[in-house]
Design a protein around this ligand. Structure first.
Ligand code: DX5
Ligand code: ZN
Length: 228
């Protein structure tokens, strides 16, 4: 799949679930091509969000959007099949939740999905270096996962820069995604540090004009990438 980068990925965690389909359509009208789904289990992170049924509903509402599923759960191997069946194009698991990370990545691929690995703000890049050749996406958490609406953690910019360098040196082509606290205040910084997929939850869905906000954030990101 080819994408123009950088690309905004609205996270439906902050959406109004009584009108989820409408809100996803508003993102599409604003030019979004990705939708980000945050799955939380109350164990790996101290919050519970939603499961594969909601991902399937989001996918039915907008089947042309690239469905980016972020699993913040323990034992993700048990749930990969149900998220693949729900319509996930890409499934990201956390390094911190996967003792057999290489096996989990290949399980995701065996279910026909692209594979991503996420690292928390306190996790060093070195812990995923052994699997970088096997990935389609690396996700740098720029908040501690579990809740929308938190403040961006500045020190994660260094990790984006480090990963961008590693990707250049290795000739790999995985996407570099950032998640947490991405807003009009921070989007230019993350793009300049190297991020090419930009997850934004509250800054999109807490807006009264979702389409316009999506369009504005995407334009800011595209402009920032010209000077990156
Ligand atoms: C945080 C989630 C994020 C969250 C981002 O645990 O992984 O995707 O929805 O929300 P904002 O953009 O509000 O920080
Ligand atoms: Zn997420």
């Amino acid at each position: 799949m080819e994408f123009d980068l950088p690309k905004l990925a609205p996270s439906i965690l902050a959406a109004d679930f009584t009108i989820l389909g409408e809100q996803i359509h508003a993102c599409e009208t604003g030019g979004a091509q990705w939708i980000h789904c945050d799955i939380m289990d109350g164990h790996f992170v101290p919050n519970i969000s939603y499961g594969a049924d909601i991902v399937a509903a989001a996918h039915r509402a907008a089947p042309n959007l690239f469905c980016d599923v972020h699993l913040m759960i323990e034992q993700p191997d048990h749930y990969i099949e149900s998220f693949a069946d729900a319509g996930a194009d890409l499934i990201t698991v956390h390094q911190e939740a996967c003792p057999h990370l290489h096996r989990t990545i290949h399980l995701i691929r065996d279910h026909g999905c692209m594979a991503g690995v996420a690292i928390n703000p306190a996790t060093p890049v070195s812990l995923i270096e052994p699997v970088l050749n096997d990935l389609d996406l690396v996700l740098v958490m720029s908040v501690n996962p579990g809740f929308g609406g938190q403040s961006f953690i500045e020190s994660t910019l260094d990790k984006l820069e480090q990963l961008r360098r590693l990707r250049e040196e290795s000739g790999n082509s995985w996407l570099l995604e950032v998640d947490g606290g991405v807003s009009e205040e921070t989007i230019e910084q993350v793009v300049q540090a190297g991020a090419d997929i930009l997850v934004a939850g509250s800054s999109v869905f807490r807006s009264k004009a979702i389409s316009e906000r999506v369009q504005k954030l995407q334009e800011m990101a595209s402009r920032a990438s010209e000077t990156a």
